[in-house]
Design a protein. Structure first.
Length: 94
């Protein structure tokens, strides 16, 4: 993946420093994003975390296929939080 800022390609270290300053869970989202890209999907950054498009499709070509909310494998999640996340996702236009 290549990230360009002000006409200059960022190094991996620069990208991680900037990302972690802007987003608390950047390393988790980045890991999931790159894994999905490597598998041929087209994830798109979104308020929930990622919108996922089918292989070979991109944002704007068709509605998203799934919404991905990234959690750490060590993070505990209550049923009420899961319920709230599900209902907030239902309100999104794909």
């Amino acid at each position: 993946m290549k990230v360009v800022e002000n006409g200059r390609e960022l190094t991996f270290e620069e990208l991680f420093k900037k990302g972690t300053r802007r987003t608390e869970r950047f390393e988790l989202i980045y890991t999931v994003y790159t894994d999905l890209r490597n598998r041929g999907y087209h994830p798109s950054l979104h308020a929930i975390d990622l919108k996922l498009y089918k292989r070979g499709k991109c944002a704007g070509e068709e509605p998203s296929w799934a919404i991905v909310h990234v959690l750490s494998e060590r993070e505990r999640i209550t049923f009420s939080r899961l319920w709230n996340m599900t209902h907030s996702i239902e309100g999104l236009r794909r």
